[in-house]
Design a protein around this ligand. Structure first.
Ligand SMILES: Cc1cc2nc3c(=O)[nH]c(=O)nc-3n(C[C@H](O)[C@H](O)[C@H](O)COP(=O)(O)O)c2cc1C
Length: 309
């Protein structure tokens, strides 16, 4: 998830309870080519290469890339293989206008022939497993056509965000559609793993949804916000406040070490999520929002903990 699952947050998740698979933030394949091969930017100064950095404890890890150009996908896949990733995932679901304008993300749903070519380009570029993350349709659910095209391209896995492009995240994810997807998968290409995504609240909810729909796994997104314990089955309410604040401080220090650095304001999304649902949360959050480095976060947390004793 862009500006969420960076190496610092993944390190925190890895230390509190790992998922079976990590995905990176999505990265523009065109951008990788342009910055490295045209602008000749050094990797340690390249923000796109930062998104592709990871530590040993964060495996298996899949690099998520996007492009509408097969040669760019091929380039980024070779790079991911050279960097030691365990797989490559192609984003075909992002509704962001700036991504769709490039013909990538969810726009790919309207260009299934190109989508198949893109998958093939990745498959031919390296021995890494190739997967796809997409939605159940563009303006309306179109699993019969869209999923069939994807399955015929034989990716290792397909993650289905169970909403259409048009629905963005405005309606509930429709897990009933996963049953239909599983039936199509079983008929067209039983070797492809199907992973469901959308509104999975916690591990128990994931197991329930996977069991009811018959898919092979679930991908959790927003359920991780403020809860790096989610993959060991704990929900945010069970975690003592002191542990949550300690996790935020640890994250802030890790975040600051990202290279090249990210704007510190990006951390605010996490701060909001960790500092919520307890008496005094709003006041503490307001103070933390003013901090402009990890030491500042740590000091505010220490002061708050001391004054609550
Ligand atoms: C802040 C944010 C960033 C996201 N970035 C990505 C991304 O980089 N790649 C991707 O495939 N999906 C991305 N998504 C979509 C999520 O992966 C997921 O499909 C969506 O949030 C629904 O699942 P959830 O209810 O478990 O969060 C992002 C979502 C959010 C809220």
């Amino acid at each position: 998830m862009a500006d969420v699952t960076d190496a610092a947050f993944r390190a925190l998740v890895a230390s509190r309870g790992k998922p079976d698979v990590f995905w990176t933030e999505f990265v523009s394949a065109d951008g990788l080519y342009h910055t490295r091969e045209v602008k000749k930017m050094k990797d340690d100064e390249n923000p796109l290469m930062r998104e592709l950095s990871f530590e040993a404890g964060q495996r298996p890890i899949i690099a998520q890339i996007f492009s509408s150009k097969p040669d760019m996908i091929s380039y980024a896949t070779k790079l991911a293989a050279a960097l030691g990733f365990d797989g490559v995932d192609i984003n075909m679901g992002c509704p962001d206008r700036s991504i769709e304008k490039q013909g990538a993300g969810a726009a790919m749903i309207q260009n299934p022939e190109l989508a198949a070519t893109i998958i093939r380009a990745a498959q031919e570029a390296s021995p890494l497993p190739v997967s796809v993350k997409t939605r159940i349709g563009y303006n309306k659910e179109s699993l019969d056509e869209w999923l069939t095209v994807l399955l015929k391209a034989s990716p290792a896995a397909i993650t289905l965000h169970l909403r259409t492009r048009k629905e963005l995240s405005l309606v509930s994810a429709d897990w009933e559609q996963m049953k239909k997807a599983v039936a199509i998968r079983n008929r067209v290409n039983p070797d492809v793993l199907l992973i469901g995504n959308g509104d999975v609240r916690d591990l128990g909810d994931a197991r329930l949804k996977v069991g009811e729909s018959g898919c092979d796994g679930a991908m959790l997104g927003r359920a991780m916000f403020g809860n790096p314990w989610v993959f060991v089955g704990k929900n945010g309410a069970e975690i003592p406040l002191s542990e949550k604040l300690a996790a935020l401080v640890e994250l802030a220090h890790g975040f600051e070490k990202l290279s090249p650095p990210k704007h510190f304001a990006v951390l605010k999304k996490h701060t909001k999520a960790f500092v919520a649902d307890f008496p005094g949360a709003a006041e503490l959050r307001a103070k933390l929002m003013e901090a402009d480095d990890a030491d500042g976060i740590e000091k505010i947390v220490l002061d708050a903990t001391a004054s609550s004793r």
